[in-house]
Design a protein around this ligand. Sequence first.
Ligand SMILES: [Zn+2]
Length: 482
Amino acid sequence: MTPTRWLAEYAWLPDRAEPTADVLIEAEDGRITAVTPLTGADTPTAGVEVLGDATRLPGLTLPGLANAHSHAFHRALRGRTHGGRGDFWTWRNVMYDVAARLNPDSYLALARAAYAEMALAGITCVGEFHYLHHGPDGTPYADPNAMGAALVEAATQAGIRLTLLDTCYLTATVDGEPLTGPQRRFGDGDALRWADRASALADTVERTGGTERTGGTERPSGTERPSGTGRAGETGRVLVGVAVHSVRAVPAEQLATVAGWADRRGAPLHVHLSEQPAENDACRAAHGRTPARLLADHGVLGPGTVAVHATHPTSADVTLLGDTGTGVCLCPTTERDLADGIGPARRLAEAGVALSLGSDSHAVIDLFEEARAVELDERLRTRRRGHFAPAELLAAATVAGHAALGWRDAGRIAVGDRADLVTVRLDSARTAGVPPVGAFFAATAADVTSVVVDGRQVVADGRHLRVDVPRELRTAIEAVTR
Ligand SMILES: [Zn+2]
């Protein structure tokens, strides 16, 4: 099998402070097999003449972007929650109205369209924090994982990889009030029953689902790199991880069941952490400690764990997150949209916390916007500039995000990594005249022209090759908001 070859006008290679000009990238069976900066070539055009079979990628080519925190169905809320005042809690009531209307078919349609929008934005892998498990009154579907299966199918059809974070959600408040109304469909009763269902889902995905192959039967020798957990197979496209919804939703004595599941399976474990001061206050009142401390005391924090938001941690919490090797997924556009506050991104990074990014509620789906917000929010707080170098923002959007989702063989343009290539035009009204290193401060998702996932073209000329994204979004959202 002959390798596929691309010639990038600029490519951002690992451990480089800025992009490199004229890079030849080769891939076979979905893996990068060679990365060659054409130093000495006179111009990119000269390179193309020599390398006639290489597809030219004008602009800046990045590794695949990872969206480490998503609730796909929240896409239906975009633009619908801005009529009045309110906060996170009033927004949540509107979100529950949409949640109540979804079934496996409408969930598939909405998630497929949302994931295809992500592909258009250069996202090659998404972490879906999935808690919409059962029928509207809490009765399981005939297949208790019908909703999870819809998400697996949606990601496969949209052409991106998925880490399905099956979420344990048992109670309505930190002191154990039962789930009521629209929350009933989130609950499994207790953590042991949740674990049984999550195991069934993981076993099914491992056996059959989401391991769509990238073509060919063997990878060339010399390209072996360990994948995150190995359970998705060499070129598999779906991993099952798990999540604790929050300290509100899982009683303290059941936290260890979720953490144990992740440990046994070597799977990623995510948890919403300190998004709201009210959550901190309630946790202190019920347990005499902060949410981060409570999670640590029950084995939830650690190198395989990602805390989502961490907007209102104490100084001791920041140290604790760093000392335990826990990652943090920042979701700045959602935190902004919901008036949550600004997380301490620089202090977390200095404590040794790996930062990743998520579009969470999908008020926008644009990892360039998320990445620059990490720096710009820090500027607003400190009234100083220059907290994060462009290469640090790139790492958060790419390699750290993939690692947070259990894919340790993705997120770099490097031999042996998955062949994910995201090309951003540098000739749009937004990016013309911008030096390639400045792309994270100028480009938007609309500037992504080409997306390759595991060696396969998913987006070309700014269009998704399989999904009419605006049409499918409109139809899917109308079906659940009327
Ligand atoms: Zn979330």
